[in-house]
Design a binder for this molecule. Structure first.
Ligand code: NAP
Length: 288
């Protein structure tokens, strides 16, 4: 029988720990962490993500600021706003919610964020620090996965781990983290050009799926006793839901779960951990 990796519960535990830390800071007269978010336009999913982040700040006792801009804002205007954030000593860390409108270069904006306030861990300096094994901000989703593995005492040392997906913000940082000293996994990264993906997956003690293809990984691709972490979150139309959609992971839970020792569900697995990791990064930014 598999054990469910409950990201909702673990995330609640982390938030509880964070609110204790905030109480202690307050009692010592120390300024509490302050997270800001820049939201451009009114994309539905982005609105939800940002409002969840603001809500999490409020619950924990962090200060939060939400700056909203119309989708017509120019790149140079947005760069000015980013610069203001960099120079605002009241703000410890901030995020620029992606995606940005197509007339704005996400790369240029990310590179303009001060690496010391880049709590999303997207800046090339922070990615470089990760590769070099130096302290820096680690992107929230990979960090959340590592936190789940640790808190569930899943042994990674010597384990064969296959990361499906090589994106700069998810698959690639995760593969680096898992192979670092301390985690010590033997990591294989697979992507859309990988030949015979199934045979690679069948060798894996740990599978981490981050490809964005609903229910792609089926039971016959997973060996008995494997640990499966599902990062995928794709909105799939579902008329029975009030929202009109449901979130679907990259793993076909029905056929995969019974083969696993541990499995994380979607929703309720990695998703809630992302916000908790962002809050951990903000506390770290404040303590610096
Ligand atoms: P992405 O940038 O689109 O990258 C997807 C990766 O998967 C690429 O490397 C791609 O290969 C690979 N891939 C696609 N189809 C494949 C296939 N059939 N076989 C093997 N590899 C395949 O996506 P992402 O930003 O990393 O996100 C991945 C998923 O995680 C999405 O569903 C996203 O919504 C979700 N996500 C969730 C959270 C959360 O908080 N839960 C956070 C971030 C992302 P190529 O490089 O060859 O194209």
């Amino acid at each position: 029988m598999y054990q469910l990796i409950d990201g909702k519960k673990t995330s609640a535990e982390i938030r509880q720990e964070l609110s204790e830390a905030v109480k202690q800071m307050k009692s010592k007269g120390i300024r509490v962490p302050h997270l800001a978010a820049i939201l451009v336009g009114n994309d539905g999913a982005s609105e939800t993500y940002v409002s969840n982040k603001v809500k999490a700040c409020e619950e924990i006792g962090f200060d939060s600021t939400l700056l909203r801009f119309d989708a017509s804002i120019t790149e140079s205007q947005l760069l000015e706003e980013v610069e203001k954030m960099n120079n605002n000593s009241e703000i410890d860390g901030y995020i620029v919610q992606l995606p940005l409108p197509s007339h704005i270069s996400e790369e240029r904006i990310i590179e303009a964020v001060s690496p010391d306030k880049d709590v999303d861990g997207y800046h090339p300096v922070n990615l470089g620090r990760l590769v070099a094994g130096l302290p820096g901000f680690i992107s929230a989703t990979p960090m959340g996965v590592i936190e789940l593995l640790k808190r569930y005492n899943i042994k990674t040392s010597g384990a064969r781990c296959v990361v499906v997906g090589r994106s700069v913000n998810v698959g690639r940082p995760l593969s680096i983290l898992l192979s670092q000293k301390g985690m010590d996994a033997t990591v294989t990264v697979v992507h859309s050009r990988t030949r015979d993906l199934k045979s690679v997956l069948l060798e894996a003690d740990i599978i981490i799926a981050a490809l964005g293809s609903p229910a792609f990984i089926k039971g016959d691709m997973v060996k008995e006793g494997a640990v499966v972490i599902d990062i995928g979150t794709t909105r799939v139309a579902d008329p029975s839901k009030k929202s009109g959609f449901r979130l679907c992971g990259d793993v076909d839970f029905e056929t995969v779960a019974h083969k696993c020792s541990y499995i994380s569900p979607v929703p309720g697995g990695v998703g809630p951990m992302t916000i908790a990791s962002l809050m951990l990064n903000t506390l770290q930014a404040c303590r610096r």
